[in-house]
Design a binder for this molecule. Structure first.
Ligand code: SF4
Ligand code: SF4
Length: 389
């Protein structure tokens, strides 16, 4: 091992499993709150961790449509599981945020804005699909006409440590969306976990100056060609074993010309409009604003909270909801994700994380619905002039 290695951005290093805790120590020493995966309530969630002992060592999961079960594995991999229901979205774009609070004191009213200084946060264990979801939300909240100051500040104060996937879940389809299973850009550090019977180590890729400041001086070697090959093969294996796929070719045009396809009735009969799919999706960004007062009428709050295009209220305008049926709401959601998102933000709104499949209580599967529409594709001449909702 080099005594004082001079690392640089782009370096691919080897961090021994026995030294992994050093990474967390360094993050904390640099005043980062470390948010990482942990087991809670029977699944993997993201929350603040105090050390390597909080990570889900030895846990994997079984996932399928409407199915999620944790399982104990016969190894002690720290990142041997696939995505749980949460992404880091809930830390960058919080489920609920106070916008202002007003207090009345006799004849005066004072308005208080929340303290929006975010905590420096290192996100450990972000999967490549979720990193791409963050990059998509960056486009939504930090570019264009309407900027989200709170999101911006949280992003500026974040450091992202990706963990490339060496195992794919049954509901994953990131390969189809070109968002995984290996992260190629946008991270500060990227890890690939390699676990042999007698050797546990990580390929550690330095992606930014911010990441470099954490690993500088850490007990790492430069990776050998053999170690690089091993890591690449592990990720390729995950890509080859991806549980699902979606044919993305011409998908936008396909969905838009099939807006009147009678097949939407079928999904409309199954969908419960529970909004689970939008709550677990790492790219969904819709919100609503609510005003409340206390019983005395002396204090008022305005909050922003996540909302969903699956609720009736979401599209309520004078006279009623624009999308009164489950069919109309599911169709709006999938067409926005896979088609009109391209026009709005220049990418798909889906990163293939598979959460909406796992957590849909009736097992509606975005890849199956897209496939079903492709099989029933109506030719442009058949597209009716009116749209039934
Ligand atoms: S639409 Fe489904 S698979 Fe795509 S990013 Fe959202 S939750 Fe993941
Ligand atoms: S598609 Fe599934 S998760 Fe989404 S609203 Fe319908 S029933 Fe709920």
């Amino acid at each position: 091992m080099d005594e004082n290695p001079a690392f640089k951005v782009g370096d691919q290093l080897i961090l021994q499993g026995s030294d992994f805790s050093e990474l967390i120590v360094r993050l904390k020493a640099a005043a980062y709150r470390v948010v990482g995966p942990m087991v809670r309530d029977g699944c993997i969630v993201f929350d603040e961790i105090s050390g390597v002992e909080d990570l889900p060592a030895g846990f994997g999961d079984n996932q399928d449509a409407a199915t999620y079960r944790l399982r104990q594995c016969d190894d002690m991999a720290l990142f041997g599981y696939n995505n749980g229901p949460q992404s880091v979205k809930r830390f960058l774009y919080t489920p609920q945020r106070e916008i202002w609070k007003a207090r009345r004191n006799r004849k005066t009213v004072s308005i208080h804005l929340p303290d929006t200084e975010p905590v420096k946060t290192a996100f450990l264990g972000v999967r490549p699909c979720d990193l791409n979801a963050v990059l998509i939300q960056d486009r939504v909240f930090t570019r264009g006409e309407y900027l989200d100051d709170d999101y911006n500040k949280r992003r500026e104060n974040s450091l992202i440590i990706v963990v490339n996937c060496t195992e794919a879940g049954k509901t994953c389809f990131c390969s189809s969306m070109n968002t995984g299973p290996r992260a190629t850009a946008g991270f500060d550090l990227a890890l690939t976990e390699i676990l042999h019977a007698d050797h546990h180590y990580f390929l550690l890729e330095v992606g930014s100056d911010r990441g470099l400041s954490i690993v500088a001086g850490m007990p790492c070697d430069h990776a050998s060609d053999q170690q690089l090959r091993t890591a690449a093969e592990s990720v390729t294996r995950a890509a080859d074993n991806m549980g699902r796929s979606i044919d993305a070719s011409g998908l936008k045009e396909l969905l838009i010309r099939n807006i009147d396809n009678v097949y939407w009735d079928s999904v409309g009969h199954r969908c419960l409009t529970c909004a689970n799919c939008t709550m677990v999706c790492p790219t969904c960004f819709c919100s609503t604003v609510e005003d409340t007062t206390d019983l005395t009428g002396n204090t008022a709050h305005r909050i922003r909270r996540w909302d969903s295009c699956f609720t009736m209220d979401f599209s309520y305008i004078h006279g009623g909801s624009v999308r009164p049926s489950a069919k109309a709401r599911y169709r709006q959601w999938i067409i926005h994700k896979l088609a009109s998102w391209h026009e709005q933000f220049g990418t798909s709104g889906c990163v293939g994380c598979g959460r909406c499949i796992t957590w849909c209580p009736v097992g509606i599967d975005i890849t199956e619905e897209a496939r079903a529409i492709r099989q029933r594709d109506i030719r442009p001449a058949e597209v009716s002039e009116t749209m039934e909702v």
